[in-house]
Every structure is written in structure tokens, then in C-alpha cells.
Design a protein around this ligand. Structure first.
Ligand code: NAD
Length: 371
């Protein structure tokens, strides 16, 4: 797709009239950071019609070789320095799945180089990093889509739309959770070094819960004004938060629209404990009842029978985030999970982390970032 980017980067006067790329025009993509997650994303990119992988980039030679072999159909060039990839005129779009602390510098540089970017979450692990990408995105006509793929699950979208249309009247409270059994020492050992280092991952709430907190923001259609919480690395022996990655925390957010979110992520759930469901769930409690978002069921306060809000087929539908990324490029649309969604989610998670670390209530204002 030689001239696609040029067509997209027309002068500002013409920008509104930018032509959509025809479906048969090739888009050239580059993959940056091709570890565990990147290996899944490269398959997703290869599955997109008229998308070619022009370059792969990783500091690990094994990861590069393996990506080149997976993408051998497209014969991509191989790089260790992502800046060289961003200099390639023929690359239209980049997919970034590097460690969390590198997302912001890579995303800002990609936007400045005029590339479209699919960037893994979180968009940044500090307020300064988030601000850096927001700033870069304001200056470009390309866009960032964040890897918060729950935004692209049709069943969730349908239930949330029904909530926004008043399925339970005024929603008041979201109770959400992501529990699991304690991590085995072997599983913990197998984690990459950057993941275990809270200065690089952002800690569990930013690296991982950002997905779930984003769903809460989406449901609330608002964002927090303050947070309070508590967490630790509990196993094998309790350590205060801020040193090793937490394996348990609870956080309470108050929202601009006066809703509140009660979120916990505790890796201490015995396998045999069935009365409290493990895994990920969200219950939205409001004026006329409660919705189980994950199952798509409405429980009325009027005592009526529980009612499904989506069909079994809708519940089983998979996310289509990567297909939407390329569709947005072709059709000159902004992505659903755009920079605003990305920045708000990352800041929500950072706010919770700071409240836990500082052991006091922290306000959104204190983060000092304008979204
Ligand atoms: N959206 C999701 O569901 C989801 C799932 C898993 C992971 N992730 C995110 O994906 C990212 C990667 O996670 P992972 O589990 O694949 O980690 P990983 O360690 O397996 O992969 C990271 C890769 O980045 C490479 N890398 C490091 N520094 C680099 C640099 N300067 N330039 C280029 N490459 C570099 C590493 O060599 C490695 O191959 C993380 O941000 C993680 O939070 C998202």
C-alpha cells in the first residue's frame, strides 16, 4: 500500500475529505516486541486480508527468528532497534507488544513518525508516560488503538449498551473481581524479569487489571475522581506493596457521576471454594436491579425471573480487535479503543496503584494529566 499513508496525511484542509483505502489495497505492518503476546498478535495480523508484515523487531534474536519464520509468507525484514522500523517509509502500521514500560516511548515515536499503532495495554505506567502519548496523538492524523480487546467483545458491548439505555434504571455501584488460586512458584519463576519488576510492569493493577477497570469505566460511562485501596504480595510471606508485584489487592473508586466501583483481584482463592465464583466478573447494581455483565443476565429488584440480555451465541462471540484496527485504517475511522480510552484506563489503574502504595485516598487531579 505504497501511498496509503500519504493519502491519509493530506494537508489539514483536505484531511476531512481523506479517501478511505480500498479493501484490495495492501497495508504494510511491522511487529515490535514478539514475545508471548506478540506471537499471538502476529498470527492475528497474518490472518487479515491484504495486510503484509514488512518488518519484525525484537531485541531477542530468537524472538526475531521465530517471528520471521511464522511470517515467512511475507518475508519480513528483521530489526533490533524499533526506531529503524519507524524510519521505514513503506511501513504504514505497527503492532507493539513490548514490556509495559516501553509502550509509551514506542507509541509516541510511532505516532510522531506518522504510523498507525496497535499498542498493547497499558498505554503508560506513569502519569508522565500517559501524558507523553496523549501529546503525540494530538499532533498526528494517524491513531493509536489500545490492546484492550474487551472493548471488541460483541456480547459485552450489547449488555453495556442496554445498561446505558436504562436496563436497571440508574446504575449505582459496580462490584468487579478477578480472582484466582495462588500462583505456583514455578509459574512465578517463569514470568519474564520485566513483569516481576513493578517499575517496569506498573504492578498487577496496571499491567493486568487495566482491562477490567476499563470495562468499569465503559459501564459507568465516566471516570474516577478518587481511589482508596490496599494490597500486598501475600505469598509465600506477606510483603508490603511497591516492592514485588502484588498478588492481592482491593480498591474502591468514586466516579465523576457519583457511581462507585469496588474492585478486587485476589490470587488466594481455594479451588474447592465454589460459593464465591473465581475468575473475572462484574455485577452492576442499580435503581431497578443488578446485571451480571459476564453472563448477560438481569436480576430485577421487583422479584421477576432473571432475564438474559443476550443470546448464548452472542455470549460465545470472540473479540475482533485486530480486524477492527485495519478496518479503521482503511475506512478512515477512529478506533473504539482509542487514545482517550487507553489513557483513561491507564490513569484509572495508576490512580488505584498510587492509593495502595501511599495508603491514602488519591485524587484524579493529583495525577495531573488532562485527557
Ligand atoms: N491484551 C492482552 O490480553 C495481553 C495479554 C498478555 C500480555 N499483554 C501485554 O503484552 C506485552 C508483552 O507481554 P508478553 O507476555 O508478550 O511479554 P514477553 O516478555 O513474552 O514479550 C516481550 C517481548 O518484547 C521484547 N522486547 C523487550 N525490549 C524490547 C525493545 N526495546 N525493542 C523490541 N522488543 C523488545 C522482548 O525481547 C520480548 O520478546 C505486555 O505489555 C503485556 O502487558 C497483553
Amino acid at each position: 500500500m505504497k501511498n496509503l499513508r500519504r493519502e491519509f496525511l493530506l494537508t489539514s484542509a483536505a484531511a476531512l475529505a481523506v479517501k478511505a483505502a480500498p479493501a484490495d489495497q495492501e497495508i504494510r505492518a511491522a511487529m515490535i516486541g514478539i514475545g508471548k503476546r506478540g506471537s499471538t498478535l502476529i498470527q492475528q495480523v497474518l490472518a487479515q486480508p491484504n495486510v503484509r508484515i514488512a518488518a519484525v523487531c525484537d531485541i531477542d534474536p530468537q524472538a526475531r527468528d521465530s517471528a520471521q519464520s511464522v511470517a515467512k509468507r511475507d518475508n519480513p525484514r528483521s530489526f533490533t532497534d524499533y526506531r529503524q522500523v519507524l524510519d521505514l517509509k513503506e511501513v504504514d502500521a505497527v503492532v507493539v507488544a513490548s514490556p509495559c514500560d516501553l509502550h509509551a516511548p514506542m507509541a509516541a515515536a510511532a505516532l510522531e513518525a506518522g504510523k498507525y499503532i496497535y499498542c498493547e495495554k497499558p498505554v503508560g505506567i506513569t502519569p508522565e508516560q500517559v501524558a507523553m502519548v496523549l501529546e503525540a496523538s494530538r499532533k498526528t492524523k494517524t491513531f493509536l488503538q489500545i490492546g484492550q480487546q474487551l472493548r471488541y467483545v460483541a456480547g459485552l458491548r450489547s449488555v453495556i449498551q442496554q445498561l446505558h439505555e436504562g436496563a436497571i434504571g440508574q446504575p449505582y455501584v459496580i462490584r468487579a473481581q478477578r480472582d484466582s488460586t495462588p500462583l505456583s512458584p514455578q509459574a512465578e519463576q517463569a514470568r519474564p524479569a520485566w513483569y516481576k519488576d513493578v517499575k517496569r510492569s506498573g504492578d498487577l493493577i496496571v499491567e493486568n487489571a487495566v482491562h477490567n477497570l476499563d470495562v468499569c469505566n465503559w459501564v459507568a460511562n465516566s471516570r474516577p475522581t478518587s481511589a482508596y485501596g490496599h494490597g500486598k504480595k501475600y505469598y509465600p510471606t506477606p510483603q508490603p506493596a511497591g516492592t514485588l508485584m502484588m498478588d492481592g489487592f482491593c480498591v474502591e473508586y468514586i466516579y465523576e457521576n457519583d457511581m462507585h466501583v469496588d474492585y478486587s483481584q485476589l490470587y488466594m482463592h481455594p479451588r474447592t471454594l465454589k460459593d464465591l465464583p473465581t475468575g473475572q466478573w462484574y455485577f452492576i447494581m442499580g435503581e431497578k436491579g443488578t446485571v451480571d455483565l459476564t453472563k448477560g443476565i438481569l436480576y430485577g429488584l421487583d422479584g421477576s425471573e432473571p432475564r438474559p440480555l443476550i443470546s448464548a451465541e452472542q455470549r460465545g462471540e470472540k473479540e475482533d480487535a485486530m480486524a477492527q484496527f485495519f478496518a479503521c485504517i482503511r475506512e478512515n475511522r477512529r478506533p473504539v479503543a482509542d487514545i482517550k480510552v487507553a489513557a483513561t484506563a491507564a490513569l484509572t489503574a495508576i490512580l488505584g496503584r498510587e492509593a495502595i502504595y501511599r495508603r491514602k485516598s488519591v485524587t484524579w487531579k493529583e495525577l495531573g494529566v488532562e485527557v
